[in-house]
Design a protein around this ligand. Sequence first.
Ligand SMILES: Nc1ncnc2c1ncn2[C@@H]1O[C@H](COP(=O)(O)OP(=O)(O)OP(=O)(O)O)[C@@H](O)[C@H]1O
Length: 293
Amino acid sequence: MSSIEVRDLSKWYGSKKALSDVSFTVQEGEIVGIIGPNGAGKTTLIRVLSCLLKPDSGEVRIFGKKPCEAKDLFALLPQDVKAHFYTLTPRDYVYHYLRMRGLGREEARRTADDAMKLFGIDYSDEPMSTLSGGMVRKALLAMVLSADAKLYFLDEPTVGLDVENRLKLWEVLREKAEESTIVLTSHYLNEISSVCDRVLLLKGGRVRAFGRPEEIAREYLSGLHSKIVAFGGVKLEGFLVKKAGRNAYIYTRSKAEEREAVEALEKAGVPFKVEELTIEDVFIAGGLDDGDR
Ligand SMILES: Nc1ncnc2c1ncn2[C@@H]1O[C@H](COP(=O)(O)OP(=O)(O)OP(=O)(O)O)[C@@H](O)[C@H]1O
């Protein structure tokens, strides 16, 4: 059975259409990343899938049920989740969350201990009020992922996490996916691509692509050959150049153009590196700007 089935889903906020005829299916055991620019509809989609919002039209099924009838089967980390009970500790949070989900005292205690270990939370008995934003975020992630759910919705789980904790999370998610399905949103496109089996690309509330990240990159960037990262300022006429802070990305359309750019950079004495095109380049190089695709 598929974990999620969405058919022709549309959602309005007043006169603003946030989701437009969205259709897709997620299979059990998949990790699916929802990506897209700010305002694309990612959070709205997660909220509809997890019974926080009702669709205006279309069908949503979670393991064959309506989202609000499938609440026991999934666990949700909302984008704006906060630790409101400041005197409670990370261990308390996980414990009470699991109790609310129906676990007995002993099992909840044991599972909370395991979650503290799994996420390397060495501040498990300190009140939330004394923790940094990233430490709280990690504790809340540990809380949601400690649930014995068949499906996890994680809206921007990596916000506020340092690189070491992000990598740890990706590792935990890959393990979790052996017996559950995971749907998450993130703006770390290259990281999300390495952890997700498929990505759903939204823009303007519409599904622009759904597939393996490298396939999407290939489809959207078919007119491009490579990307050269120039570590320093450089003036190149006739190339597709995107500034990236102190660096610049030069997108070449052919091997010959790549050679030309490399020669120019060598001549100018600017260090550089030729890289493969990734899904991040779909956003940077403007592959999504073709309006009605
Ligand atoms: N409560 C709301 N009331 C009115 N409009 C809303 C509301 N929430 C979202 N929207 C609008 O719906 C659209 C989709 O918003 P959504 O939050 O789903 O995007 P997103 O892809 O999650 O964005 P981000 O990457 O910035 O988090 C946007 O145009 C937004 O302005």
